[in-house]
Write a protein that binds this ligand. Sequence first.
Ligand SMILES: [Zn+2]
Length: 414
Amino acid sequence: MNRTQITAGRDAHHRPRGVAAEELRRHNLATLLERLHLLGPTSRSELTATMGLNRSTIADLIGELASLGLVEEGPAQASSGPGRPSPTVSTRPDGATVLAVEFSVDSVAVATVGLGGHVFAQVREPRPRARVSPDKTIEQVARLARPLLESLPSGASLTGIGAGVAGVTRRSDGFVHLAPNLGWHNVPVGEMLSSGLGLDQQVLVANEADLGALAEYRRGVGAGVPHLIYLSGEAGIGAGIIHDGKPMLGAAGYAGEAGHTLVNPDGHKCRCGAKGCWETEAGEEALARHAGIPETVAGVGILDTVMARAEAGDETALAAIAEVGRWLGLGIGNLINVFNPQLVVLGGLYHPLFHFLEKAVYEGARLASLEAPGDVAEIAASGLGLDAPLMGAAELALSEIIADPAGRRQTGPG
Ligand SMILES: [Zn+2]
């Protein structure tokens, strides 16, 4: 897909017509910064052409972003067309840097990421499946984050913290109602993370599948695809939906709990209390059940065991993957009927299995979806793999400054 489509949702405006000039200027600053953040270094003349603004306006906007420490101009590149060579404009990763955190079922990950998606450093550590308390997990995050923050270039401006949790998360304050596969109920993750890290930057917490969707839409296999669904498979299944280029979160951020939609009334009991949820038929436990893996093998051990056997050509393992793929596809068919996506991205557990799953998933999806929406939808493996939600957490935290770069003038750089 064409990456220049990414910013199609936010166009530069050049005629005030009833909009306050100040508001217009801020809108154009945001559009310019978002463009550079997503598309990378761009010549000044190209920015002038693609944003539909005149040269002096572009020069003013670049000057303002540069004075805020967010972009810099490099040496002029000889242009292919007529006219003088045009300087290249790039984001400054140290101008706005965020801490990204991911609480997944089997691991905890932390990264420092700057504008332009530049990863300064990242680390992932296993997390035991045994129900580790939120306190202990936050301590683990703080321990991992400290050296990363200390190793940032001097003068780097830490502007925010973004975190992803595999659970039902309230966007407004980062309160996690239920993370069944982490064993957490009613945990104020946003607040705890803030005090655990001892940082006063804003903390934004979101569901990890929503963040996986955001990352794939901004930088992954779905870059610029305005209608996509990201599915994260780990212990359970979560869905993140991008609708018309924007995250579809529902009234409070709880949308996308597709793992707990009913697919088999005669199915297995789910951790949420219901029976026959999608994740009981297409999740990790179903994989273990069909592959005949003993209950003593849990968590990532299940995936590793099945993968090793499948790669060796073991027929039971291949059949187990196909059965899980079929159920996965049936559920995807339902989602295709409801949301009419162009792309369904399979992340988490399904990313390494994709090669083995693909055929069964397509067959299941075709069976469950209507012909017209089925024809439109492609299914692909995640482009960012295991790190998609972590990179989405960084994008979420960076989105604040990108939405209003001049807002920092009031607050001053970090
Ligand atoms: Zn359930």
